[in-house]
Every structure is written in structure tokens, then in C-alpha cells.
Write a protein that binds this ligand. Structure first.
Ligand SMILES: [Cu+2]
Length: 142
């Protein structure tokens, strides 16, 4: 009974205060000598209007780009996305082989400390933040 009430209050308040939620965020740990990483998560639009994601940043990287993979001439190629629209109620996956963030010139110390935050910005200037778990490339293959 109490649990149900709390869950209801949480759902109501999250609808009021946040339209978008990032879950299960993680980044690939740096390979020694390379400063590039990739970020993955689930982005959910919990509101009732579309969210147009325009940009991504991280305090642990000089620059971050939104990428997707496309099939082209029998090859999988990465392509940068200028924006990504998430419909109300929709969940968009950022996962290996699909949409992902590319992190350039990463801060090795921040990765080592597990201190990597991902920030997504939408067309209205709203920010969606999540702390990303740092996973070794080995952990990422199930
Ligand atoms: Cu990429």
C-alpha cells in the first residue's frame, strides 16, 4: 500500500519536473594510448511532447558527438547525427552497433576515478544528465 503510494507520487513528480530520463548510462573505458571512448544509455521521453536532442557534452571529454550506424553498400558505417527526435513515450537505445555517443580527447584521470557524467541538451535548452559507469571493453561483451 505504502509502496504504491510512493511510486505514484514519484511518477507524478517526475512528469512535472523532468520530461526526459537517461537510464543505464555507461562509457567504454579508455584503451591505453587512446583518448577516445563511446557512451551508451537508454533515453526515455516521459513527457507528452517530442524531445529533440541536439548535443551531448561531458566534463570528461573535450568534445562529444551523437553517432548512429547505417548500412551502406553492405558495410556498417558511423554517421554523425545533428539531432535525434524522441517521441512522447518513446525509449531510444544508445548501444554498441547502433546509436552511440563518441567522446573525444577524454580525461584519463576522470575515467580512472569513474567520474564521467554525460549531458544531453535538447532544442529547448533543457539538460538531461547521468553519471556513466566506466566499463572495460571486456565487460561489454556478454
Ligand atoms: Cu561513432
Amino acid at each position: 500500500m505504502k509502496k504504491t503510494l510512493l511510486a505514484t507520487i514519484f511518477m507524478l513528480s517526475s512528469q512535472v519536473f523532468a520530461q526526459g530520463v537517461i537510464d543505464d548510462a555507461y562509457v567504454r573505458d579508455l584503451i591505453p594510448g587512446r583518448a577516445m571512448s563511446a557512451g551508451f544509455f537508454v533515453f526515455s521521453n516521459t513527457g507528452d511532447t517530442p524531445i529533440v536532442l541536439l548535443a551531448a557534452t561531458s566534463q570528461a571529454a573535450e568534445s562529444v558527438e551523437m553517432h548512429t550506424h547505417v548500412h551502406e553498400g553492405g558495410m556498417m558505417k558511423m554517421r554523425q547525427m545533428d539531432s535525434l527526435t524522441v517521441a512522447p513515450g518513446e525509449e531510444v537505445l544508445f548501444e554498441p552497433g547502433g546509436n552511440h555517443l563518441m567522446l573525444f580527447d577524454c580525461d584519463a584521470a576522470a575515467f580512472k576515478a569513474g567520474d564521467v557524467e554525460l549531458v544531453l541538451t535538447d532544442a529547448e535548452g533543457n539538460e538531461y544528465r547521468a553519471r556513466a559507469e566506466v566499463r572495460s571493453p571486456h565487460q561489454m561483451h556478454h
